[in-house]
Ligand binder design. Structure first.
Ligand SMILES: Cc1cc2nc3c(=O)[nH]c(=O)nc-3n(C[C@H](O)[C@H](O)[C@H](O)COP(=O)(O)OP(=O)(O)OC[C@H]3O[C@@H](n4cnc5c(N)ncnc54)[C@H](O)[C@@H]3O)c2cc1C
Length: 482
């Protein structure tokens, strides 16, 4: 079998890419999952989180945010979409004006409004909430969230291999000539292709390259060993709460019409500050790990193994009842939760590796520099609420306790499958694993289409940017055949 382009992974990245490649090309999508969520397929790829990544349940960041299914994690995602700001992407090798062009294309693809227009429209409505330090931006929510529906929309030039797992690259001498896959009918099937794009999600794409280096003894990363390093997430932390008794917010900062507003720093990246943004939630459900467990089960419509590992069903039910009661009380009290999403600075001590059983061990680290930034931003949020909304702000003091910070927050920090940094993009092959065209520095015909190429994490949810990069990559690859 010979293909022009083989895409490994049928998640949002792989699907968007395939949709934008020209019909004259012969394209294959290798997808480990099926058209329906299959418990069995999703059982055999567990990894470990040795530091952060264990909230709301054990090994959440490695296992439960790498769904094997045609549609990938779009089965469980929430659809939050927003572009990177120019200053968040200033260290990227792609000029922002160019990235922006592909954001416009991604808006059309995902059926979203123009973000530029939306922010202009919101300006009047939210003007009074702006200050010298804070501005208001909007997220949009993708309406048709599950990319699975694309399965029936491909033309004949696209062949989808379901329940088929990429095992390794197929080399002839030193050149990648294709891949080796296991299909339901045949093990170690060789498929030739001119180009291979890894679109397996941030962790799994990195794992494929690490395994190739270890088992096939081929250079895939860079000479400084950066493959698998600089893992970044968006630590989600509840900072505290306040009572909006004067109803300053009225119907503002609430999710409606598929959009939601939040506070964004006007001038991030100063002294100790990296970046962060804040939403004001009307409920504490996100702080209830059993509510998050339940949400996950409802989304996959299954009872995934390990979701209640080392946990009593009795506690699960008790916590859900308590959560429902809290919700009721919070509504009466006009209580608002201050929910922050922070940016992390790329840090070489935050990394993933593969153990001897081929499992991912994720060593997601939060550095002192990150914590300093969290603290500074928390102070700014606190001042904002005191000055603009309500004197009665209750910030959890633990955020300031740098000595005991990890002990307190390890069981609390949520990272929602935003797997960034481990195959970083840079035109300098000593710093990056891929160049600005998402092409491996070491292999001209292998590309990575995933959030693992993000050189900085910003505070934007990643999928909208992944789709923009996939459309850009489709154009780049098309030119190779023109
Ligand atoms: C609970 C949750 C909520 C989220 N909410 C949001 C949100 O609101 N907004 C946002 O922007 N992002 C969100 N995300 C992140 C979002 O889901 C990911 O950014 C997005 O799915 C990444 O797309 P992808 O195609 O790169 O990878 P994935 O979605 O992970 O897809 C990768 C595909 O590759 C396949 N694959 C992996 N290994 C192999 C192999 N060896 N062989 C063959 N196939 C393979 C997998 O089966 C999968 O289908 C959320 C994530 C989670 C877990």
């Amino acid at each position: 079998m010979n293909f022009d382009i083989l895409i490994i992974g049928g998640g949002p990245a792989g699907i968007t890419l395939a949709k934008y490649l020209p019909e004259k090309l012969k394209i294959g999508i290798i997808e480990k999952g099926d058209l329906k969520y299959n418990n069995k397929i999703n059982l055999n790829d567990y990894g470990y989180c040795s530091k952060y990544g264990n909230y709301p349940f054990e090994n959440y960041a490695t296992n439960f945010s790498s769904v094997n299914y045609f549609g990938g994690n779009s089965l469980v995602w929430s659809g939050w979409s927003i572009p990177f700001d120019p200053n968040e992407a200033s260290a990227w090798p792609i000029p922002y004006s160019e990235l922006n062009k592909y954001y416009r294309a991604a808006e059309k693809f995902l059926n979203l409004k123009s973000f530029e227009k939306l922010n202009n429209e919101n300006y009047e409505e939210y003007k009074k909430f702006e200050t010298d330090e804070w501005k208001i931006n909007s997220w949009q929510f993708v309406k048709k969230k599950n990319f699975n529906f694309f399965a029936n929309t491909f033309k004949n030039n696209v062949k989808i291999f379901l329940k088929s797992e990429f095992k390794k690259f197929y080399f002839e001498e030193n050149k990648v000539e294709g891949v080796v896959i296991d299909t339901p009918k045949e093990k170690n099937k060789i498929i030739n292709s001119k180009y291979v794009v890894l679109a397996q999600g941030g962790l799994q794409s990195t794992k494929s390259l690490l395994l190739c280096e270890r088992d096939q003894k081929k250079n895939m990363g860079n000479e400084n060993g950066h493959l698998g390093k600089f893992y970044m997430e968006h630590p989600h932390i509840n900072l505290g709460f306040f009572y909006d008794n004067k109803k300053a917010f009225k119907d503002k900062f609430l999710k409606k019409d598929f959009k939601l507003e939040g506070l964004f720093l006007k001038n991030p990246y100063t002294e100790k500050i990296i970046n962060g943004c804040v939403t004001f939630n009307t409920e504490s459900l996100l702080l209830n790990k059993d509510a998050l467990r339940l949400l996950y089960m409802l989304r996959v419509k299954r009872f995934p193994k390990n979701i209640l590992a080392n946990y009593k069903s009795y506690d699960f039910i008790k916590n859900l009842i308590k959560g429902t009661y809290d919700l009721f009380l919070e509504k009466i009290q006009n209580k608002k939760f201050i929910y922050a999403r922070f940016e992390q600075k790329p840090n070489i001590n935050s990394y993933m590796e593969i153990d001897k059983n081929d499992k991912i061990n994720l060593n997601w680290d939060i550095s002192e520099t990150d914590i300093d930034s969290f603290i500074e931003i928390t102070n700014k949020v606190q001042n904002y609420i005191k000055n603009k909304i309500s004197e009665k702000v209750f910030i959890d003091d633990a955020i300031y306790d740098k000595v005991n910070w990890h002990e307190k927050y390890k069981p609390l920090v949520l990272g929602i499958g935003h797997h960034m940094g481990t195959t970083m993009m840079s035109n300098n092959n000593k710093k990056g694993v891929v160049n600005e065209n998402l092409q491996l520095h070491h292999r001209q015909n292998i590309f990575i289409c995933s959030s693992s190429v993000f050189p900085t994490g910003g505070v934007a949810h990643p999928t909208f940017t992944i789709c923009a990069l996939a459309i850009r990559l489709a154009e780049f690859l098309s030119r190779k055949f023109s």
